[in-house]
Design a protein around this ligand. Structure first.
Ligand code: IPE
Ligand code: IPE
Ligand code: MG
Length: 248
């Protein structure tokens, strides 16, 4: 008897290499349950680590997650402090698990605003990046104090400096060179971007890098996003016809 491939079967030869997530909806998830927003962030952090494991098992090589945007500084200090404290705790509590699962942590965004009371978080982030740099199971790329416009401006400044100081010529500036100045340099192209919580916008996330990325917007709040949802998204991705401007 020949078994037909079920329509819900993932094609393991077509797994997106790099998946980016806008982890949105923590606050609304908590509100729906009559909880404080902080409870949503805490639940969201658990989701992140179980998702990294699920993604690794499916064969995804890089997961980029939007954890804190350059615009999130507009939130009240209490919420910002909670998120930062949570990150510190999570890096400690998940340390063994990350090593065991061979997770390499890297970051996009800048740590320059982590001064004074936030210095300990800066040290924790630097330590986890250093301690996991030789892991090769899956890369967990955390977008922290990240804004795509900020990233592009920094790239332009650095290119200008290199032109001025004769390291590159204006004519040498092309897409490939420009990409080497972006914070995602060295990572594979992003195949799939998933935003949870029903919002359909980019909120200053990876504007350049998402030029030809497939996008999925799901109404699920981030803390409820699970392995089943991830598989559903990958199946949806596998149905897409990536044409890159070509005729069919
Ligand atoms: C995403 O959840 C987490 C961060 C932006 C840090 P939100 O906190 O934005 O949750 P909602 O969108 O208010 O529900
Ligand atoms: C985007 O979510 C940033 C992160 C998930 C870290 P926001 O909740 O900040 O985005 P907006 O304000 O709804 O656009
Ligand atoms: Mg939000």
């Amino acid at each position: 008897m020949i078994f037909k491939k079920a329509k819900f079967d993932i094609d393991y030869n077509n797994i997106p290499k790099h998946v980016a997530f806008i982890m949105d909806g923590n606050g609304r998830w908590a509100k729906n349950k009559g909880l404080m927003r902080s409870a949503g962030h805490k639940a969201g952090a658990e989701t992140l680590f179980s998702l990294a494991k699920d993604a690794k098992e499916l064969g995804v090589e890089v997961v980029t997650v939007y954890a804190f945007s350059t615009e999130n500084w507009k939130r009240n200090k209490e919420e910002i402090n909670y998120i930062f404290k949570l990150m510190e705790t999570v890096f400690e509590e998940k340390y063994e698990e990350m090593q065991k699962n061979n997770i390499k942590v890297r970051m996009i965004g800048t740590l320059d605003r982590l001064v004074g009371e936030y210095d300990s978080l800066k040290k924790k982030i630097e330590k986890i990046i250093d301690d996991t740099k030789n892991n090769d199971g899956i890369t967990l790329n955390i977008a922290f104090n990240y804004g795509s416009k900020d990233e592009i401006i920094r790239a332009v400044r650095n290119i200008s400096k290199d032109v001025k100081e004769d390291r590159i010529k204006i004519d040498e500036i092309n897409e490939d060179l420009f990409e080497t100045y972006l914070m995602t340099h060295g990572l594979p192209k992003i195949d799939l971007m998933i935003r949870t919580s029903g919002e359909q916008r980019l909120s200053n996330f990876l504007l350049w890098q998402l030029a030809y990325t497939e996008m999925i917007f799901t109404s699920t709040y981030w803390p409820d996003f699970n392995s089943k949802e991830l598989k559903k998204c990958i199946l949806e991705y596998q149905k897409r016809d990536r044409r890159y401007g070509n005729a069919k």
